[in-house]
Design a protein around this ligand. Structure first.
Ligand code: XIL
Length: 383
């Protein structure tokens, strides 16, 4: 301190007399910070930096500048992005000879410029994939060889385009049934169960430095967990690279039982691959009892008012329950921070979460940590 004062005094030719006179002012200046720096923990990415990356899904409108406030908040709060829809087959490759790279290119560029780790979503999935993918020009089902060729072309074109600019790919999405058996889909029916092996092999060839993931919902369930473990171990036993498993985590206030989520995290990590929570949201709305809670996007139940109880705002009691639920979830995730590399929310804010429209269109849900005014919810301070 003394040395500094002396240097300043010499530099500006200030006499010791002047210094003496100014002494009390200087002391005040030393104890009163002039500029308050925003505290580190004010962003989500800073809050969880010692545990895992923290991310969000990004929509086409957000990336193409239609919703600049959303994008600014996303950039400030998160350090990893996943495109919500724009890299899915029906969007990026809508017709046999048509690719639409507008939003994906913009996203890749934005992520690079703004230091966001980008996860491509998704290369092979039974949903949001056009029918033509599985048919020849006469509308007849493709042969196994022809569909494998089509899968390879798609993966080479898409994953190859962003070869060293996309950190990771959800190579295969939702290939399992709830009981852990392989889902019957056009992929599995036409190609056979080994379509997963081919998808990972092609992805490795197209983007040799990208991390390669399997992604699915309800992976907390013991039966589905067994199926996912078998899937991982099958690839590993054949020397096919798989780097991680994404647990989607479309949850609600009472589902699932969190000890099951924890058991799954531990079991997946024991195979030696990364575990990620890839699509986190916690709905506060009642889920129709007749349906399985999960994330089957083909569910579209007719809107009924009793399933939309908070159209004008969330009662503080329910917001408290949501905060408590998030606290319990994050306590487990932080406890296993050594196994979990990333936690991604499925949307930036409550204003535009898919939960407002799934499994019933037109509801008002509150499943994320950022509210409709783009403010962090106050319970975030407890996470
Ligand atoms: C959802 C999107 O959020 C919606 O906008 C779209 O209409 C349907 O798909 N599992 C996934 C995600 O892997 O891609 C889905 O995203 C939600 C369930």
């Amino acid at each position: 301190m003394h040395k500094n004062k002396l240097t300043i005094a010499i530099l500006f030719g200030v006499s010791s007399f002047t210094l003496g006179c100014n002494n009390s002012t200087e002391q005040n200046a030393a104890t009163t910070p002039i500029v308050e720096k925003a505290p580190e923990q004010s962003t989500l990415k800073a809050r969880f930096k010692d545990h895992f990356k923290i991310g969000t899904a990004i929509s086409r409108d957000q990336i193409l500048g239609v919703l600049p406030d959303d994008l600014n908040v996303a950039k400030a709060q998160f350090n990893t992005f996943t495109p919500e829809n724009s890299m899915k087959w029906e969007r990026i490759h809508p017709q046999p000879d048509v690719y639409d790279f507008e939003a994906p290119d913009a996203l890749v560029e934005y992520a690079q410029e703004n230091n966001q780790e980008l996860v491509g979503h998704t290369l092979v999935w039974h949903s949001q994939t056009p029918d033509w993918v599985f048919e020849d020009e006469q509308g007849e089902p493709l042969t196994r060889e022809a569909l494998l060729k089509r899968m390879q072309d798609h993966i080479f074109t898409v994953a190859g385009r962003y070869r060293d600019r996309i950190f990771a790919w959800d190579v295969v999405n939702e290939a399992l049934n709830e009981d852990g058996t392989l889902r019957e889909s056009k992929w599995s029916t036409i190609i056979g169960d080994d379509f997963i092996e081919y998808a990972f092999t092609y992805a490795k060839q197209a983007a040799p430095n990208a991390k390669l993931y399997y992604n699915d919902y309800n992976l907390y369930k013991p039966e589905k967990r067994a199926g996912a473990l078998a899937l991982i171990k099958n690839l590993q036993s054949k020397g096919i690279q798989i780097d991680g498993i994404g647990m989607q985590a479309h949850y609600s206030l009472d589902n699932p039982e969190l000890s099951l989520m924890e058991d799954s995290i531990v079991a997946y990590a024991a195979t030696g691959i990364d575990v990620m929570i890839t699509e986190l949201d916690i709905s506060v709305l009642p889920f129709p009892e007749s349906e399985e809670q999960g994330a089957d996007i083909s569910l579209d139940i007719a809107l009924q008012e009793r399933f939309n109880p908070y159209p004008d705002g969330l009662p503080s009691e329910v917001n408290k329950q949501l905060g408590k639920r998030y606290k319990e979830v994050f306590a487990i995730l932080k406890k296993h921070g050594d196994k979990i590399s990333r936690v991604t929310f499925w949307g930036v804010s409550d204003a535009r979460t898919w939960r407002n429209d799934w499994p019933m269109q037109g509801r008002t849900d509150y499943p994320l940590l950022i509210d409709r005014e783009l403010k962090l919810k106050s319970f975030v301070n407890d996470l």
